[in-house]
Ligand binder design. Structure first.
Ligand code: G
Ligand code: G
Ligand code: MN
Ligand code: NA
Length: 255
């Protein structure tokens, strides 16, 4: 397949790109962090999204190289934005194969040093839905990252079958609540959407974790998350994933 051949050189041809979605305080709207999201600007096919490009990258063995590009590019961007806001954090998503690669913590450490980033301003997000693949290995990898001072987030929390079991075992600093929790749909509905998000936020707070409600698409969902005591939110109702220039203008306006 052409894409399998082409993805190998995509980074060196400058075709990989990151967009950034702000994470905002639900109290005052202040942007506390941005989440980097990968895009492949293919010269003839247009933009290829992560759901399509990541499996291709994995199938030809370049997932690690792409992950390394993402972390380096995200740290470079964060270094620029920290001039505008020294407190800003950057989240990156990491796939199982990247996280579990023995060289991963070394690569992360190198990117932090190269760009002069305070480790606690980098957040590595791992999706709860694949953690079950090898819990002890994930625990070890997260511990190695936290030894560097990097923060770890459990992404899509509440979407999987074993959220609470994972939460007890994984060394994480942050929960990113799956969008189904704020929406109050799916298995939560018969129990009452507000009751479920209330309890999950309380649990996270009791454990001393930072909590971000994700996928907030309507003002009602923003209010539901805030009413549950959730301090931070992310979603189309607040700001969509945007190119760096737009986020930068936003950060400048809200300085
Ligand atoms: O950006 P989009 O909504 O299409 O993202 C879809 C999925 O791809 C999300 O689950 C997101 O976490 C994941 N994703 C986005 N960017 C990256 C990346 O740089 N690396 C990895 N491993 N996953 C990513
Ligand atoms: O799995 P993860 O949480 O990393 O997925 C992040 C992806 O979710 C982003 O790539 C973004 O495109 C998408 N996203 C961001 N905000 C919203 C939202 O409000 N609704 C929906 N459906 N998707 C969103
Ligand atoms: Mn994420
Ligand atoms: Na998520």
């Amino acid at each position: 397949m052409d894409l399998e051949r082409e993805i190998t050189g995509a980074a060196s041809r400058g075709e990989l790109d990151l967009v950034y979605q702000p994470v905002q305080s639900l109290r005052d709207g202040h942007t506390v962090a941005v989440e980097a999201l990968l895009r492949w600007r293919h010269p003839t096919l247009g933009t290829i999204m992560p759901a399509e490009l990541l499996p291709i990258a994995a199938s030809v063995g370049v997932a690690g190289d792409i992950g390394e590009w993402v972390i380096d590019a995200a740290c470079r961007q964060l270094a620029r934005w920290q001039v505008l806001d020294p407190e800003l954090s950057m989240s990156v998503n990491v796939a199982p194969r990247e996280l579990l690669a023995p060289a991963f913590p070394t690569r992360v450490g190198a990117a932090l040093v190269a760009h002069g980033i305070n480790p606690e301003k980098l957040v590595v997000e791992v999706a709860e839905t694949w953690v079950a693949e090898d819990v002890p290995a994930v625990v070890a990898a997260l511990a190695a990252l936290r030894n560097l001072g990097v923060r770890a987030a459990l992404d899509d929390f509440g979407a999987g079958q074993a959220s609470l079991a994972h939460l007890r075992r994984l060394p994480v600093d942050m929960l990113k609540l799956d969008r189904s929790l704020a929406r109050g749909t799916g298995p939560a509905t018969p129990l009452g959407g507000q009751a479920v998000i209330d309890v999950v936020v309380s649990l996270g707070r009791r454990l001393g974790l930072e909590i971000v409600a994700e996928g907030l698409e309507t003002q009602e969902q923003v209010d539901r998350a805030r009413d549950a005591g959730c301090p931070f939110g992310q979603g189309f109702a607040l700001s969509p994933p945007s190119p760096a220039e737009r986020v930068e203008a936003y950060l400048e306006e809200h300085r």
